[in-house]
Design a protein around this ligand. Sequence first.
Ligand SMILES: Cc1cc2nc3c(=O)[nH]c(=O)nc-3n(C[C@H](O)[C@H](O)[C@H](O)COP(=O)(O)OP(=O)(O)OC[C@H]3O[C@@H](n4cnc5c(N)ncnc54)[C@H](O)[C@@H]3O)c2cc1C
Length: 424
Amino acid sequence: MTATSAGANWAGNLNYRASRVVRPTSIDELREVLAGDGPFRVLGSRHSFNDIADTEGTLIETADLPVTIDASSAPGAVRIEGSPRYGELASALHAGGLALGNLASLPHISVAGAVATGTHGSGDRIGSLASAVRAIAFITATGESRTLSRGDADFAGAVVNLGALGVVTALELDVEPTYDVAQTVYERPSWDAVLAEYDAVTALGSSVSVFTTWASTDRADQLWVKRRLPVESDAAAASAALIARLGATEATVARHPLPGMVADACTAQLGEPGPWHERLPHFRLDFTPSAGEELQSEYLVPRADAVAALEAMRGLAAHIAPLLQVCEVRSVRADDLWLSPAYGTDVVGIHFTWKREQAAVEALLPTIEAALPETARPHWGKVFTVDADEVRRRYPRWADFAALRERFDPEGRFRNAYTARLGL
Ligand SMILES: Cc1cc2nc3c(=O)[nH]c(=O)nc-3n(C[C@H](O)[C@H](O)[C@H](O)COP(=O)(O)OP(=O)(O)OC[C@H]3O[C@@H](n4cnc5c(N)ncnc54)[C@H](O)[C@@H]3O)c2cc1C
């Protein structure tokens, strides 16, 4: 097991304050660490933008735990041990003729870390990445092994866990036969038309993203449509008619979500069919994203409030645009996971990739948060300023999660400043 200094998160906006970082290479070594003095926190692939993964005690980095990916134990399921990233998992699944239902924009993120924060991709009929979890295995603060499966009493509370319940050492996920997807980018759709037909816009494909810099309030920049193949011919005709009503044009060269950036890092577009894991993320696995130079915030708004929320953001465009790199709007299906931002309701994620100007972003966020409906739930892994009482109020099962955390970790060895702010 190696012990190193803590370093920074991917975005470089946070230097972990941990007094030490350990990288156990086996479950036995992990148990040895947990037998020592806390507090502890687990570190996945460092892609969160706030201090959710930080501690003043020992950071347990999972990258050296042995990885196994086994799709042979149960039909329609894959069991993973250790802390693989989605890209690694997706390539192994595809090689075995299998697929996940969805992926986030970047394949470099650890599965356990994404699940812990309710990370999502896009799709009216596709839930967050956590909603694919069938079973989750922890080693808790007391060194005890606990596995919860879908249907068990505490399961729905334990999946989106904010890293507060212990170390996740294995996950079982739903899988399906591999499939192909074609990705097409449409440019400059009219905002009025997008908002007038928002339900039809997000139904244009299995995963749809609207990208805008808010430099214009008349037109968004790009509409990325990922269509699971085959597409029925009447659906293709309806799509073409809608694109015409939006006043959008199909891109004839590959695009980057940021206007003017070369698209080398992006997954293939122009309607070229390809395997699911090479189309669902926006960025390619073999492209190593440069460290940071950005911050992210995101608010998940119930579907019924989405158009009003987008109108509100449009009204703030002049305030948002100077700090913004790009805004992405996606849909996510409801789930029943207590701390999932999609708990109990289909949601629309309004995401902001900011310039890395932390103080200015944090000064603007209260204005954005006040303009969004009171139902908007901030992404757990991104920058937000919504007050803790307000966050708790937006989660009907909050008290149940607090009780679950108490049972898993009675001494609070996995508490950190982030969970303390939330009253956990
Ligand atoms: C470029 C970029 C693109 C992104 N795209 C998306 C996107 O498309 N959709 C979206 O929803 N989010 C997105 N995110 C946010 C990201 O998915 C989340 O912040 C996610 O939690 C990061 O996972 P991680 O492993 O890097 O977690 P870390 O930041 O390392 O940790 C996050 C949390 O997970 C916990 N954790 C990690 N591993 C374990 C474990 N084994 N056991 C217990 N707890 C654990 C940590 O303790 C912490 O609480 C993006 C982030 C970046 C930087």
